[in-house]
Design a protein around this ligand. Structure first.
Ligand SMILES: Cc1cc2nc3c(=O)[nH]c(=O)nc-3n(C[C@H](O)[C@H](O)[C@H](O)COP(=O)(O)OP(=O)(O)OC[C@H]3O[C@@H](n4cnc5c(N)ncnc54)[C@H](O)[C@@H]3O)c2cc1C
Length: 301
């Protein structure tokens, strides 16, 4: 396949700016091209990894020895029916940019996602959310490429929970069973949301308010957002701060002063630096509180 590149550095595609090369790498924009790429990986007996915006991943410095595929279709179709609209968004569309455009056109329901990095596909995978909203809430259905054909998935089929979905659970299980196995991931191709008409002035003000809130709470620098999930009834950031780890560093990686659930790459952090900080935070929090912090991010490679 002429679309496949070799030894592509993955740090270019991750918000942490960490990660070694992908042995093979392909950008595709249609379900047919996805299938051709999967067939190529099967023929060459290499594992697959599906990349979105790379904003919830830690790629090891050793890279990925198989084929990394990015699904980049980005079309958005708005079908208004009076006061509501069905909006179909391709999975490769950037979450924040798409939501901002829709909100500025007067469609309400996704404005909480102002400033959320990554793609719509990644957001459906992890049930992205913040400031009281989550992707599952305005989702109506999605089209998923699985076992070679396109399936229509209801919201129920995604089995959404806090920062999780049936897709994420299946992936975790697969990694736990056999991390090196060749596995063709189900791919979200597009998703349909139901949005409501809102007042432009109100929606504009809401976007500005969320952007300001995000700026005031988020550390600046290269990160992956929250590293751990919040345990029930508590906050991972508060727990990590309570064991005195704010500002702690290993190599080029530091736990952010502004928000202890963020780990920043200060420029030359290795994946091992980040993993060491992850381990230290987990150990200290467990020793002090008995709570085991669970990773929100995914480890690749
Ligand atoms: C500064 C910062 C702030 C953040 N703030 C938030 C926040 O407020 N709330 C929040 O929820 N998250 C937040 N995040 C995390 C991240 O933005 C979300 O998890 C995002 O939805 C990940 O999307 P992505 O496209 O980058 O996915 P990636 O990181 O590329 O991939 C994550 C997983 O999704 C899978 N995936 C990607 N595309 C598809 C697809 N089309 N079909 C099936 N699976 C797919 C991948 O295979 C992978 O397993 C933040 C991250 C950063 C860097």
């Amino acid at each position: 396949l002429d679309t496949i590149r070799e030894n592509e550095p993955l740090l270019r595609y991750t918000s942490w700016k960490i990660g070694g090369p992908a042995r093979f790498f392909a950008d595709v924009t249609s379900p047919e091209a996805l299938l051709a790429t999967f067939a190529w990986a099967n023929e060459h007996e290499v594992p697959l990894f599906l990349l979105g915006g790379g904003s919830n991943l830690l790629v090891r410095d050793s890279g990925f020895s198989g084929l990394v595929v990015r699904y980049r279709a980005q079309q958005v179709v708005v079908q208004p029916h009076g006061e509501v609209a069905s909006v179909t968004i391709d999975a490769g569309a950037p979450t924040a940019g798409t939501v901002r455009k829709l909100t500025r056109q007067g469609w309400s329901g996704l404005e909480w996602a102002e400033g959320v990095p990554g793609t719509i596909g990644g957001a459906l995978f992890g049930n992205a959310g913040c400031y009281g909203g989550a992707i599952a809430e305005s989702l109506r259905r999605a089209w998923v490429l699985r076992d070679g054909s396109v399936e229509e998935w209801s919201v129920e089929r995604f089995a959404y929970g806090y920062r999780t979905s049936a897709l994420k659970q299946a992936r975790r299980q697969q990694l736990a069973n056999d991390p090196g196995a060749r596995f063709v991931p189900p791919v979200v191709l597009s998703a349909e949301f139901q949005l409501q008409r809102g007042e432009l002035a109100d929606l504009g003000a809401k976007l500005d308010q969320i952007a300001t809130l995000r700026r005031s709470k988020s550390p600046t620098g290269q990160s992956c957002g929250s590293v751990f999930k919040n345990p029930p009834g508590d906050s991972a950031g508060r727990l990590i701060e309570s064991v005195g780890l704010k500002g702690a560093s290993v190599g080029g990686a530091s736990i952010a002063e502004k928000h202890a659930n963020y780990i920043l790459n200060r420029g030359d952090a290795s994946s091992d630096d980040v993993l060491r900080l992850v381990e230290i935070a987990r150990e200290r929090v467990f020793t002090a509180t008995g709570i085991t912090l669970e990773l929100e991010i995914e480890l690749v490679g």
